[in-house]
Design a binder for this molecule. Structure first.
Ligand code: HEC
Length: 121
C-alpha cells in the first residue's frame, strides 16, 4: 500500500500550487474586466461625458439607457455613434447640440470602449 502512494506524495503540494495559480489567474481576469469598466467611466467623467449624460435620466443629453435602447441590434451603432461623439452634432434627440470630442481628449480606443459601455446601459 504505502509503497504505491509514497512516490507521489511529494507532488501533492505542487498540485495544490497549480490549483491556486489557476484560481489567482481566474480572479485576475474578473478583476481586469471590472477594472476596465471603472477606467472607462473614469475617463468619461474626466472628458465630460458624464456631466451631460447620466445612465438613466436625461440631463443635457439623452440618458445612456435610452441611447442603448434606440440603437439596440444595429450593427453599425458603434461606428456611427463614435463618429457622432468625435465630431459632435444635433438633431437625433432634439435641438441641443453635443460638442465635438477630439482625439487628444479621448483616444479612438477609449471612444470605442465608451460607446460599447453606453450601449450596454
Ligand atoms: C455639453 C454636453 C455634452 C457632452 C459633454 C457630451 N454629450 Fe453626448 N450628447 C449631448 C446631446 C445634447 C446629445 C443629443 C444630440 C442630438 O440630439 O443629436 C448627445 C448625444 C449623445 C449620443 C447619442 C448620439 C445619437 O446620434 O443618437 C451619444 C452616444 C453620446 N452623446 C455620447 C457621449 C460621450 C461618449 C461623450 C463624452 C466623450 C459625450 N456624449 C459628451 C450632450 C453632450
Amino acid at each position: 500500500m504505502r509503497t504505491t502512494i509514497a512516490p507521489l506524495a511529494p507532488l501533492a503540494p505542487l498540485a495544490r500550487l497549480a490549483r491556486l495559480a489557476l484560481l489567482a489567474f481566474a480572479a485576475s481576469g474578473l478583476a481586469g474586466t471590472a477594472h476596465a469598466q471603472a477606467n472607462i467611466e473614469a475617463a468619461m467623467t474626466k472628458v465630460g461625458c458624464l456631466a451631460c449624460h447620466a445612465k438613466d435620466k436625461k440631463l443635457v443629453g439623452p440618458a445612456y439607457k435610452d441611447v442603448a435602447a434606440k440603437y439596440k441590434g444595429q450593427a453599425d451603432a458603434v461606428a456611427k455613434l463614435s463618429a457622432k461623439v468625435r465630431t459632435g452634432g444635433q438633431g437625433a434627440w432634439g435641438p441641443v447640440p453635443m460638442p465635438p470630442t477630439a482625439a487628444d481628449k479621448l483616444s479612438d480606443a477609449d471612444l470605442k470602449a465608451a460607446i460599447e459601455w453606453v450601449l450596454k446601459q
